[in-house]
Structures are given as C-alpha cells and as structure tokens.
Write a protein that binds this ligand. Structure first.
Ligand code: SF4
Ligand code: SF4
Length: 290
C-alpha cells in the first residue's frame, strides 16, 4: 500500500461478538489495496480510531457499557458506518440468557439434551484431562505453533526472553524513575530496564523471539513464567522482578510496586501466570512445555 495517504481510511470496530465477521473479511484480500486500514484490533496494533475515517465497519452486539461508549465514539469519527453481521443487527448469541426463547428451542431439539451451565471459574484444561504438551502464550507466535505441531520433541526454547532479546544490560546506567511501561523512545541495543522501562523479560519464558523487546517495547510476560517459576505463585515472580529492578535501577520501591500492580502486568503476572495448581493434580513437568 504505497498510496496510503490518498486512500480512504477504513476501520473495523468489534463489540461483543466472536471475531467471525473479521475472519470472513480477512478471507478476502480484494479490499486491502483499495483502503488505508487504520484500525482493526485483530490485525492492526493502533489503539485509536482516527477522526476522519471514511468507512467504519462494526461487528458484534452492544452487551456492555464499554460497547456503547466505543460505538458512539466510532460513530462520531466516521463518515459512514456499516453494521456487519447478525450480532450487530440483532444482538446475536451474546444476548441469549437463561430465559431466552432460543435457549428453550435448543433444549427441545432432539440433538440437544441440555445446555451448558456456567462453572464458577474458568479452569485450565489439566484440571480435567491429562495434557501431552503445553504451548503458553497470549497468543503463541505462528513459529511456536509450527514447533508444537512438527518438532516439539527437539525444540530448544530460550529459557527467558532476555536470551533472545540481544539488548545489553549495563552496570552504569541506572534510571531513577520509570520512563514507561510498554513503549516510548528507546535507544537500540541497550536493555530497556537500563532505560527505565518496566520490562519483565527476566522472568518470562523465551521462544517468542523477543518479539516486543527487540523493536523497543517492554515485555509484559505474555509467554508466562520461565521454568524456575513454573510452579511458583505470582507473588514469587513479582518478588523476583523486584530484585531485578533493585539490582539494575534506583527506582523507588513504591514506584516498582505500582508498576507491578498495573493492569497490563497484572493480567499476566497475577492471573495468566498463576501456574500453581491444586496439589492433588499431577505437576506440569517442564519437559512438556514449549
Ligand atoms: S530489554 Fe527486557 S528482555 Fe531485553 S534484556 Fe532487558 S530485561 Fe531482558
Ligand atoms: S510480551 Fe514478552 S513474551 Fe510476550 S511476545 Fe512480547 S516479548 Fe515475547
């Protein structure tokens, strides 16, 4: 797309739905060269719909107050809005509650004896069945998928992201405060921690090729804990990170703690990395992890 500036701006907003409409759109490439795709969270990393969008596609129904907010904001920034798919036109599956007639119809169907009941939590798979291979990531990179499917036995995965990052940790460059959490202006080749960014690559399993840190975005830990932390509770991982930041920086403890509690790190450090398990279950052994 060489003439991006001259092409009409095109954005895709997803409300409560399943991404099926986006996948269907992506199954055709005929539109790609005719528009400047400025926003589509599934494939474009931009986090804001620009003000002067020519066409905004909206998929999914309005199920949360955030959906209302995003829809109104999107509408105010687009010349034309196209509602796409069943959910955008009728609410779709996200509106089917206990008392919905469709639920009753499903129950009456000869193929459907009952509809699923919600469990109190979402559980990991190995609470219910044995697992042969674990592929952590949010999401795992395509290369990791291929490794899991073709050469899992011989895979050599870097133990932590730092091993793949290539940025050098310096002794004499000690930031006194946090410059940024995820991105900003960075120097090449020097560890992001030395530059005041809150990178958690020291505790995070490698294998992603340091996708974020090489171009200058701090790692948020989406690959989950490195082997030494596999069976440890989130607080242990956080303590380890505190030690790293104490050793490499002069950032006050309160600022470090605030960063550890930030939403984008909590997502992975407090929740996704809680690999501690019910002791009655078999341990996830590290040889089963890619
Ligand atoms: S930038 Fe992050 S991943 Fe890279 S060496 Fe520093 S701590 Fe490790
Ligand atoms: S957040 Fe960290 S683990 Fe996840 S892809 Fe980026 S560098 Fe890799």
């Amino acid at each position: 797309m060489e003439n991006n500036r001259e092409l009409p701006k095109f954005a895709v907003l997803q409300l409560s739905g399943c991404s099926g409409c986006e996948v269907s759109l992506l199954n055709s490439d005929e539109w790609i060269d005719n528009v400047n795709l400025v926003y589509m969270p599934l494939v474009v990393s931009s986090n804001k719909i620009p003000d002067d969008v020519e066409v905004l596609l909206v998929s999914g129904g309005v199920r949360t107050d955030e959906d209302i907010h995003n829809l109104r904001k999107g509408r105010s920034r687009a010349r034309r809005l196209i509602a796409v798919g069943t959910c955008a036109l009728s609410g779709g599956v996200a509106q089917i509650r206990d008392d919905h007639p469709a639920r009753e119809a499903f129950l009456r169907s000869s193929h459907r004896l009952r509809l699923p009941d919600m469990l109190p939590h979402a559980y990991p798979l190995d609470r219910f069945v044995p697992i042969d291979l674990y592929l952590p990531g949010c999401p795992p990179t395509p290369e990791l998928f291929i490794t899991a499917l073709t050469q899992a036995e011989d895979a050599k995965i870097a133990s932590i992201v730092c091993q793949e990052c290539g940025r050098k940790k310096l002794q004499d460059m000690r930031p006194a405060s946090i410059t940024g959490m995820r991105s900003g202006v960075t120097l090449p080749d020097i560890c992001l921690i030395n530059q005041g960014y809150f990178c958690v690559g020291t505790s995070t399993r490698g294998g992603c090729g340091a996708l974020c840190t090489r171009p200058g975005h701090a790692c948020v830990g989406c690959r989950g804990p490195a082997n030494p932390y596999l069976y440890r509770e989130p607080a242990f991982v956080q303590d380890n990170l505190r030690k790293v930041f104490r050793r490499m920086t002069d950032i006050p403890e309160a600022e470090i703690n605030e960063a550890l509690d930030s939403p984008w790190l909590s997502l992975f450090l407090d929740q996704f990395t809680d690999y501690t398990q019910d002791e009655s279950l078999p341990l996830r052994t590290k040889d089963k992890f890619i």
